[in-house]
Structure formats: C-alpha cells, structure tokens
Design a binder for this molecule. Structure first.
Ligand code: HEM
Length: 419
C-alpha cells in the first residue's frame, strides 16, 4: 500500500517536517532582510526563467511578466509571515493550479525551489554572518517552509492530474460506449446484409435450377407438341381431334408456366420509357378476345384522362394478361369484365379491373399474392400469376389493391405514376 501523502492535515504536515514555533519566529525576523533584497531577488529569478526556452515562452506577454514579478515578490515576503494554516495551504494549492493551468510541468516549478534556496542562502548568510546560531536557525526554517511549499505544489499537481485522468477515463468510457453502439449497429447491418446476400444466393441457385429444369422439360415438350401437330392430319373423328386439342392446350399451359418460371429466374433488363397504358390494355384484351368470347365474358373498356406512365410495355402487358386471365377463369359461366382508366385525386393513373365472377373469401384474398397459391383445381393454375403481377407493379412504382365478395366478383385497382 502507498501512504497517501496528499490528504494529511496541516498539523500533521507541520509535525512531520518538524516546522515549529521557533522556525516561524526565525522566519518572521527575516522579514526586513527579505524586504531589502526582494527586488533584486525577483529580478534574478526572472532572468533565470528567461534563460530556458520552455519557461521563457510562458513569459512573453508583458502583462503576465508584470503580474509574475508582483506575485513573486508577494510570495517571497509571505514566507516570513510565520503562519501556516488552512488558508495558507489553500493559497499554495491555488498557485500550483495556476502553474498547471499555464501548462508548466512540475519539473520546472519544483526545480525553481532549488533556485529559491540558491538565492536566499547568500542573503541570509550575509545578514547573520556574525550570529551562527541564528544563521543556522534561519536557514533551517527557510529550508523547511520551502520544502512544505514544494510538497504542496506537488499535491496540487497530483490532484489536478488525477482530475484530468478521471475526466479522461470518463471520456474514454463514453467513447468506448459509443464505439460499442456503432459496432453493434454495424454488425447488425452486416448480419442483415449477409442474410440478404444469402437469400439472393439461394434465389440465384433456385433460378439456375429452374432454368435448367425448364430447358430439360422444354425439349421433350417440343417433341410432344410436334407429334401432336403431325397426328392432327391423320385423326379424323371428333373425339380423337378433341383429345389432340386437349393435349395441345395443356402443352401450351406448361409452356406458359415454364415461361413464367424463366421470367422469374432471369428477370430481363427492364425498359424505362414512356408507355401508354391505354394501348397496353387494348392489346392485352385483344389477345384474349377468343377466350372471352368462348366463355361468354362481356368486356367493357373505358379510358378517361392521360394514361402515359414510365416502364416496360412487355412487362405491363404480362401484368394485365395475368389479371384478365384470372378474371376470365373466375367467370366460367360468363359475366362482365369492366376495365376503367381514370386519373386519381393526386394525379396518378388508376386502372380498375372488375369482374362479376366467383369472388374470393377473405382468407383466399389475403394469400392471393403468395407464390404457388392457387384455388384453381390441380393442374389448372401455376399459382404464380398474381405474384408476377405484384413484382411488375412494384417495378413500376405502382400500387395494387384488391377487393372481393364471394359470389359477386373481384375488383383490382392499380395506380401508376404519370410519365
Ligand atoms: C518556486 C517556484 C515558483 C513559485 C513559488 C511561483 C509562484 C507563483 C505565484 C505566487 C503565482 C501567482 C499565482 C496566482 O495568483 O494564481 C505564479 C504564477 C505564475 N508563474 Fe510561478 N512560481 C514558481 C515557478 C515558476 C516557474 C519556474 C515559471 C516558469 C515560467 C513560472 C511561471 C508562472 C506563470 C506564467 C504564472 C502565471 C502568471 C499570470 O498569468 O498571472 N512560475 N507563480
């Protein structure tokens, strides 16, 4: 354990230095001697401080010099006050703090106590040269009080240093807390990024798999398709032709599903040019006119206001084809398909697609955009249509909403940003 020298009381300090009444008496009687020599003392002390770069630097300012000379003189004479109490200690600590404040290291101001002794000894010697006992007393008393002051200077230094260290420690703690926060945040982001990267990677490998599969299935399907076509000329009875037609229809469906999978697996670079939604709607409806006619679906298209948006006409056509096919499938007994384009209150383009089909209960509607979710009977729907729709909607900065009433029909509302 280190003995704490910094916190002992004034009487204890005095007792340890053996600074006693006789010493104070001796110091008091030195007063007139020091008054006589004070100016010279301070001048020599100051000259000494000027002869070192570091100490000189602190004394460039004329005002500081004036104060310093004055304070040094006061300090020198205060040594002969012959009183050491709490106020004395506080004053000495304050002097120490001042030196810390001006950036003076303890090596300099403690070193200057040697200079004090060096300058004081000849003065006392000369004054008491005929009184050896008095001389000895005076020198010893001077030595003890300067030791006390240098000890207090040291205490001031240690105290300030400790405060600085505690402050730095707190700052360090705070800095490390902040660093920790940044670190946590970054590792969070990193984790998310790597999760996303992993998901993208998995998606890519699924995409590769899908592409390979599509290719593998596509080849034999082409063969089947070709043979079905060849058979057509040699099959003449109604049932046989109907069967052949069914084979070709189903192959078309498979081809469609494969195309959808391929589109998802390798999203083509999307174009970003002005597209007229009105033209896209006309074209998509025209593609399906035969389907509508055979189902007994009546189509109505009405356009109001501008319908130019920015995007990819191919993709948008894919979107509407999907919606219209779903509508037709929802009306096996026929019905009405109403398509309306009109401007919304905030100048976006709304496209409303309404059918009078079977509609969807809430639980089905809630899952309608999920991949591979379908209510069509097995073998009749890929369950990817609305998922593709949603992807295209998102790519175009558009929104899609759906309302449906079982037995009454379904209404999709899409809103596109204007070009
Ligand atoms: C025995 C050594 C020394 C003693 C007893 C002493 C004494 C003092 C005293 C009494 C003050 C006034 C403090 C206050 O009122 O707050 C002071 C201030 C100062 N001292 Fe010392 N000093 C010593 C060594 C040095 C040394 C080696 C330098 C080196 C340049 C120095 C530079 C200064 C400066 C720059 C100030 C501040 C002046 C101001 O801006 O008011 N001191 N010193």
């Amino acid at each position: 354990m280190v003995l704490a020298m910094t916190k002992n009381s004034v009487p204890e300090k005095l007792a340890f230095l053996d600074l006693n009444h006789q010493d104070f008496e001796a110091l008091r009687s030195l007063r007139p001697v020091l008054e006589d020599h004070a100016d010279h003392f301070v001048a020599v002390f100051y000259r000494h401080l000027l002869s070192f770069d570091e100490t000189r630097e602190l004394l460039m300012d004329a005002e500081v010099k004036r104060r310093l000379l004055l304070k040094q003189r006061e300090y020198l004479l205060s040594l002969t006050d012959g009183v050491v109490d709490d106020a004395y200690v506080a004053d000495r600590l304050r002097i120490g703090y001042t030196h810390m404040r001006v950036g003076l290291g303890p090596g300099w101001y403690l070193g200057a106590y040697a200079l004090y002794m060096k300058l004081l000894v000849p003065i006392v010697l000369e004054s008491y040269r005929h009184e050896p006992a008095r001389l000895e007393h005076a020198l010893l008393a001077m030595y003890k009080i300067l030791m006390l002051d240098s000890q207090l200077a040291m205490e001031a230094y240690i105290e300030r240093r400790q405060q600085q260290l505690e402050y730095l420690n707190r700052e360090l703690g705070e800095a490390s807390r902040q660093l920790r926060q940044v670190y946590d945040q970054q590792s969070d982001e990193l984790r998310q990024t790597s999760q996303r990267a992993q998901a993208a990677e998995e998606l890519a490998s699924v995409a590769t798999l899908v592409a390979g599969l599509a290719h593998e299935i596509g080849t034999p399907m082409g063969v089947i398709q070709g043979h079905a076509e060849l058979l057509e000329s040699s099959v003449h009875d109604e049932r046989g032709r109907w069967r052949l037609q069914t084979i070709r229809d189903q192959i078309d469906r498979i081809a469609n599903i494969i195309q959808t999978l391929l589109n998802m697996a390798r999203p083509e670079a999307r174009e970003h040019i002005p597209v007229d939604l009105e033209a896209v709607l006309h074209r998509s409806l025209a593609f399906l006119s035969e389907k509508f006619r055979s189902r007994g679906v009546e189509v109505q298209l009405s356009i109001e206001g501008p319908t130019q948006t920015i995007g990819d006409a191919e993709k948008l056509q894919q979107l509407f084809l999907n919606l219209f096919i779903n509508a037709a499938d929802a009306m096996p007994e026929g019905g009405d398909l109403t398509v309306r384009a009109f401007p919304t209150a905030n100048q976006r383009i709304a496209i409303e697609v309404t059918d009078t089909g079977q509609g969807m209960p809430d639980d089905v509607r809630a899952r309608a955009f999920e991949p591979f979710f379908t209510t069509k009977e097995a073998g009749h729907g890929s369950g990817l249509g609305l998922m593709v729709v949603e992807g295209i909607v998102r790519d175009h900065g558009a929104q899609i909403a759906v309302e449906s009433t079982p037995g009454k029909g379904t209404r999709f509302v899409l809103t596109f940003p204007p070009a």
